[in-house]
Design a protein around this ligand. Structure first.
Ligand code: CTP
Length: 479
């Protein structure tokens, strides 16, 4: 393997190398290593292929990224804490890669880091000043360690030495780097780099566990040869581009698949309240948890969701348009106004009856006359109305709340309400479904009955939405 000692080069060569390395955002050692690698590969080429071995050789270009990188980190401020390890030289390349992607990089160096890379080169490549001292009057006046840690979108610690990890795990704050890490409310990504024996030491392994449980994100270390001759194993800092992609994973919004994008869904949820007088009403124990969870899961899958909700004590899902109503008739009106829709899931426990004439004034006890009798009339059946509507949603799903003969009643509802599926649940008080967090349901359709295991209501919602996605995927394939 070719090797070279930089300090043995003549001054002019050293200066040329220094300028060339700085231009490429590399340390001198890294640049030499690349050149030596190129020379090795050049020996395999025809002379005609060799023009300028440093700048234009096909080999040199192969070692670069293909094409210009996306400017996807534009406006993101990354606080880069550079620890004192031999891998600190890679930070120059890391900074360059981040800046190419539009990120602003603000460097903080530990005292030990100064031994491996100069603040001058870090500052030149970052195009920002280097912060190092906790008690530097100018720095503290200028920006202050709290602002340093809070203004950033992300803190990256590269390289993270065993000592820095120990400090972070124990909550030390005795220099600028550790103080910034303690004071931050932003995500922290560390790129550990150390000798393999130090990495596998029980103390470091304990600290790794602590840092994981504190929510610290890790990239690397990689396995490979160490700077120390003859040492190899887990401990090499991740390569700059690996660190960049970990940063992108943390900072860029995840592309969640939206299989129901373009579909419109109506969901009803919660109970209805049917007034008796201004202070009394007929209601039931529905909490709205199941209906709201379904609305939210449909929204997450990309559907446009109109949630028509009776009075509940849970928050409106953020990804739905929620229409709050009190009575069954208001619910029906809101549902019909929301048509047309591709999907309707009627989860609400709609009161079957309402009083014929709700009193405008609070009803009074009349001595000796016994309790007032309520004259009731049937509420409209919203699911049934939709089942026979000229704008019937393509996929119409109802629920069946039963306390006995579950399948039999659910089958009858599937038919009479002209639904595509009925999700049947046993709401006997001993099951704790009404108001509880768990649900055990069966899915009935014209093609049969499926038993679903006991799950959280959010899991039932997700499973139902998966079935809805499948339904539409199969339909699309058939067309
Ligand atoms: N439903 C409705 N409008 C009503 C009553 C029920 O839209 N007035 C819907 C519910 O949202 C549910 C399905 O119909 O999707 C079945 O509701 P459930 O309360 O189980 O049955 P009911 O139809 O009310 O019949 P019963 O009370 O006799 O069991």
């Amino acid at each position: 393997m070719a090797s070279i000692t930089i300090r043995n080069l003549d001054e002019e060569t050293k200066q040329t190398l220094r300028e060339y390395a700085a231009k490429n955002g590399r340390s001198m050692e890294e640049q030499v290593r690349l050149i030596l690698g190129d020379v090795k590969k050049l020996s395999l080429l025809e002379p005609a292929q060799i023009f300028n071995p440093i700048a234009t050789s096909p080999i040199h270009q192969q070692s670069e990224e293909k094409g210009a990188p996306p400017v996807n980190l534009k406006g993101k401020l990354i606080l880069l804490v550079i620890g004192g390890g031999i891998a600190a030289y890679k930070c120059l390349d890391l900074i360059r890669r981040l800046r190419e992607r539009g990120a602003l990089v603000r460097p903080v160096m530990t005292n030990a880091a100064h031994e491996f890379v100069t603040p001058l080169s870090v500052s030149a490549i970052a195009n920002d000043k280097v912060f190092s001292e906790l008690f530097d009057r100018d720095d503290e006046h200028d920006i202050g360690h709290i602002r340093l840690s809070r203004e950033a979108d992300l803190i990256v610690v590269a390289p993270t030495t065993a000592d820095l990890m120990a400090k972070m795990a124990q909550g030390h704050a005795n220099d600028l780097a550790s103080t910034v890490l303690m004071a931050t409310d932003k995500p922290v990504l560390i790129a550990p780099a150390m000798n393999p024996k130090m990495w596998s030491h029980p103390a470091t392994q304990r600290n790794i566990k602590l840092l994981h449980s504190d929510g610290i994100h890790f990239i690397g270390p990689n396995a490979g040869e160490m700077a120390e001759s003859g040492e190899a194993g887990l401990g090499r800092m991740a390569e700059p581009l690996e660190i960049v992609s970990a940063i992108e994973n943390l900072l860029l919004p995840k592309k969640i698949p939206q299989p129901l994008a373009g579909k419109r869904a109506i969901v009803t949820s919660g109970p209805t309240h049917e007034p008796i007088d201004p202070v009394r009403y007929i209601a039931n124990r529905s909490s709205g948890k199941q209906g709201h969870a379904i609305a939210e899961a449909l929204g997450q899958a990309g559907a446009e969701v109109i949630l028509v909700s009776g009075p509940v004590d849970i928050p409106d899902p953020e990804n739905c348009e929620t229409i709050n109503i009190q009575t069954a008739r208001e619910m029906q009106q809101a549902v019909e106004t929301a048509l047309p829709a591709d999907i309707a899931v009627m989860v609400a426990a709609v009161a079957d009856w309402r009083t014929v004439n709700a009193s405008d004034e609070k009803m009074k006890k009349e001595n000796g006359k016994g309790p007032a009798s309520l004259q009731l009339t049937e509420n409209p059946d919203i699911l049934k109305t939709l089942g026979h509507h000229k704008q019937r949603p393509q996929l119409l799903i109802g629920f069946a709340a039963e306390t006995e003969a579950l399948e039999e009643h659910a089958k009858a509802k599937l038919k009479s309400k002209n639904a595509d599926w009925i999700i049947a649940n046993d709401v006997s008080p001993e099951g704790g479904v009404m108001g509880g967090d768990k649900n055990t349901v069966k899915r009935l359709s014209k093609s049969g009955i499926e038993d679903w295991p006991k799950m959280d209501k959010s899991e039932v919602a997700q499973k139902l939405v998966n079935e809805i996605i499948k339904h539409f995927t199969v339909e699309t394939l058939e067309i």
